[in-house]
Each structure stands twice: as structure tokens, then as C-alpha cells.
Design a binder for this molecule. Structure first.
Ligand code: UD1
Length: 417
């Protein structure tokens, strides 16, 4: 089992290229089975979640190869409609294969998805939405056997919450359904737009992605396409948190600054200078940041839940008090116990955490329990006195491509052992 050893207090400086977005590439790979030929996906990060998705594609009979940041997927040989539990449990977005398999074959059978345990993460919104497209679902002891007895048809889908995954499942399924589907209260995350862009370049007709109402005109057939995945706004937010935690000064390349509006204003509030030049962000941080007053996670364009943890890792050593309100997931403070071991002052009560910034943190032996929690602990460790040993690195590898190498190139003292 690997661990990260971090010796803190090295100011980060230099340039870093931001990886392709995990939350874009996973649904795009599931959607690639709608085209019965080859898609080429560029800017694909090498993550364990991407590898797990490749395993699902291969199990289904597709050819999928990732090399040098480009993933080539040929789904012409798709010959299965069920996904075993062992593959489903590897990641949350395995559930997106439900809409994709239904669209391609008219049936699908799979169990509950896995992923980080940051709350109960039900799939009721996905299932209800797919039923509106003519899908019949039988729950046989946790295996969902889904068919479209009279074919998939367009429908009106009103989501009770703008779920990212449910919006993606409906968009994918409706792309090959007969007629028009209208999704209201749709998620507006940039990754939804990226998925729509990919599907449209395969011949789908999807309008309104990025807005609350998405309209999908079903077509009979899709063809393969080339697509470049958008930059990962959460990896960018994490790198900025790491830099600010050390009073560093970095330039991020390959970013879309408009995707980071709510995050950039937090860094400015903390006293960092933020400069935007095209697809680059320059961040210059004071040795000890001010605490942001309130971090309230919300669906996009609000503050992203995925950035809550790294921002908390940065704020742990700030001047002042921050009130965190986690509105998206019920169990998303798993990093707090590790931060407390490093000397942070944080109290959690349900979805609220009150953080009182301390003057200095100290290294400790800590364990990550989820992906963004791992990012929070690294962020704090980089600004702490002495040595931190981080376990649970497998969580980090779900979402960050060569993260420690990237931090090393910025001057961090971090090693994987
Ligand atoms: C996606 C992202 C994840 C991000 C999250 C919110 C991917 C691979 N993951 O996850 O990184 O943190 O969006 O921005 O893109 N819910 C239900 N029933 C459902 C579906 C969701 O109650 O059927 C609830 C969830 O439990 C959660 C909230 O809705 O409390 C948001 O979930 P959702 O937007 O679906 O997140 P994911 O798509 O799982």
C-alpha cells in the first residue's frame, strides 16, 4: 500500500498544466458506446476511475486503449448488456452506463454504483427520469433489470434536484430515443456541456446544456467523433489551495477561468492576487491567508462541493474563522479528523463546520478516506511544520493524475513510498 510523505513549509512556485476533467471524461466514455464505431478522446487523465471505466467498456465487448492522454474506444463489438457488481462498485459514475446501454441495446442490468462514501448517494432520481423515457425497471434484490418494452421515447423529465449524474443519464439515453425530451431543473455544471458537445459531435441534437432546461431531439444513429475533454476545474482549485497553503505563487495553464468563478472569489477574499490571462490563472498568495468568511456548497455555478475539502485544508492555517455549509453530500467532512491531528481547530455539526484558523499546523500520520479528503490533507500538510505521512492514497489516484509529480515540479517536498 503506498503512502505519501510530505515535508511542509516549501513555498510552491512555477507553472502547472491542469489535467483533463475526471467528471467529464467518465460520462463521455460511457456515452461512447452509443456510437457503434470509434471515438477518440483527447486530454484524458490517467486515473484509477478512468481505468475502472475502461474495464467496464472491455467487459461489454468494446476495445478501449489509453495512451499518452488519448483514449481510443471502439464499441462496434459491444456484446453484453449487464455489468457485474464488482465493476459497478469501483466508481459512482458506472451508473451512467445504465442510460448508455439502454440507448444502444434497449436493455441493461446492473447493480448499485460504488464510489467514495460521502453520503448515501441514492439513484432514485436517475431511475424515475429514465422511466419517463419508456424504461421499465425491475429491482431484483439490488440488481436493476431495465428494458424498454415499447422502445425508448422522448418525454418530459423534471428533476427533483439538479443531479449531475441523472442529467447525464437522461441526456445519453434520450439522444437515441424517438422524439423530443425536455429536462427541467437540469444540472448546469460545465461537465454537462462537455458531454453535450461530445454527443453533438457524434450527431446528437442537444440544446440548452449549461442551462436549467435541456432539449434533446432523439436521432436514429450516432457516429464516432474526436473530442478534447475540458480542463478539470477541481484539480485547478486543488492546486491553487496547495499554493495558497504555502504562501506560494503559481501559474496554472490549460484552465477555463469562467468555470472557477465561485472558487476564484474565495482566493481573492483570502488575500491572494488572482490574475487571468486567456486560459491561464496566476495566483500569488500571502504567507498566511485570511480565512474566507463562509463556504456554502451549491450546484453550479455555486461553490462546488468537490472544492470544499481542499479549501478547508488551506483555511486550516489562516487568520480568522470560516463557516462551512455542505449542502450537497451528507458525509463530506471525512478529512476533518486528519486535519485535527495536524493541529487544526474545526467543529462539525451535521452539514455545518466551524473552522478557527490556527497560526501553525504540524505534520502527523493521517489517512485519507475519500478523494477530495485526500486533497485536503495534502493541502494542509504542504503548509504544516514537519513531516506528514498520508495513507489512503488510492483515493487520491481516483481523481488526480500524477499529482505528487506536479507538486514536486512546483517545489513541494512530497514522495510516494
Ligand atoms: C457528480 C460528481 C461529483 C460531484 C457531484 C456534485 C461525477 C463523476 N461526480 O456526482 O464529483 O461532487 O456531481 O457536483 O461527475 N441524489 C439523490 N438521488 C439521485 C441522485 C443524486 O438523492 O438519484 C443526491 C446525492 O445523494 C447528492 C446530490 O443529489 O446528495 C447530488 O448528487 P449528484 O449531482 O447526482 O452527484 P453525482 O452525479 O453523483
Amino acid at each position: 500500500m503506498s503512502r505519501l510523505i510530505i515535508n511542509g513549509k516549501k513555498r510552491l512556485r512555477g507553472e502547472a498544466e491542469v489535467q483533463g476533467a475526471k467528471n467529464s471524461v467518465l460520462p463521455i466514455l460511457a456515452a461512447s458506446i452509443l456510437c457503434s464505431d470509434t471515438s477518440v478522446i483527447h486530454n484524458c487523465p490517467d486515473l484509477s476511475d478512468v481505468r475502472a471505466t475502461i474495464n467496464i467498456l472491455r467487459f461489454l465487448g468494446c476495445k478501449a486503449e489509453l495512451s499518452g492522454g488519448t483514449l481510443v474506444c471502439d464499441s462496434s463489438g459491444l456484446n453484453a448488456t449487464h455489468i457485474p457488481d464488482s465493476l459497478m462498485r469501483e466508481l459512482r459514475s458506472s451508473i451512467i452506463f445504465l442510460g448508455a446501454l439502454l440507448a444502444r441495446t434497449g436493455s441493461a442490468s446492473l447493480g448499485f454504483p460504488g464510489g467514495c462514501e460521502i453520503g448515501p448517494r441514492p439513484i432514485d432520481i436517475h431511475l424515475k427520469a429514465l422511466e419517463a423515457l419508456g424504461v421499465s425497471i425491475k429491482d431484483e434484490h439490488g440488481i436493476f433489470r431495465c428494458t424498454a418494452p415499447e422502445g425508448l421515447h422522448g418525454g418530459r423529465v423534471s428533476l427533483s434536484f439538479p443531479s449531475v449524474g441523472a442529467t447525464e443519464n437522461v441526456m445519453i439515453c434520450a439522444a437515441l430515443a424517438e422524439g423530443i425530451t425536455v429536462i427541467t431543473n437540469a444540472a448546469r455544471e460545465p461537465e454537462i456541456c462537455d458531454l453535450a458537445d461530445y454527443l453533438n459531435s457524434c450527431g446528437a441534437v442537444i440544446g440548452g446544456a449549461g442551462e436549467g432546461t435541456i432539449v434533446i431531439e432523439g436521432v436514429q444513429k450516432l457516429h464516432g467523433a474526436q473530442h478534447t475533454v475540458i480542463p478539470d476545474r477541481i484539480a485547478a482549485a486543488t492546486l491553487m489551495s496547495c499554493a495558497a497553503s504555502t504562501g506560494g505563487s503559481i501559474m496554472l495553464k490549460n484552465v477555463i477561468p469562467s468555470h472557477l468563478g465561485a472558487v476564484l472569489s474565495v482566493f481573492e477574499e483570502c488575500g491572494s492576487d488572482v490574475l487571468i490571462r486567456g486560459g491561464c490563472i496566476m495566483l500569488d498568495s500571502p504567507l498566511r491567508s485570511c480565512a474566507p468568511k463562509i463556504i456554502r456548497t451549491m450546484p453550479y455555478p455555486g461553490f462546488p462541493t468537490d472544492a470544499q475539502a481542499p479549501i478547508m485544508g488551506m483555511a486550516a492555517r489562516s487568520r480568522g474563522t470560516t463557516l462551512f455549509v455542505e449542502n450537497i453530500f451528507e458525509n463530506r467532512y471525512l478529512h476533518v479528523s486528519g486535519l485535527l491531528r495536524m493541529g487544526a481547530n474545526i467543529k462539525v455539526e451535521g452539514k455545518v463546520a466551524v473552522l478557527q484558523g490556527v497560526e501553525s499546523l504540524h505534520g502527523a500520520e493521517v489517512n485519507a478516506l475519500d478523494l477530495r479528503g485526500a486533497a485536503a490533507l495534502i493541502t494542509a500538510a504542504l503548509g504544516a511544520e514537519g513531516k506528514t505521512t498520508l495513507g489512503g492514497v488510492k483515493y487520491l489516484d481516483r481523481g488526480y493524475d500524477c499529482f505528487e509529480a506536479q507538486l514536486q515540479s512546483l517545489g513541494a517536498d512530497i514522495q510516494r513510498v
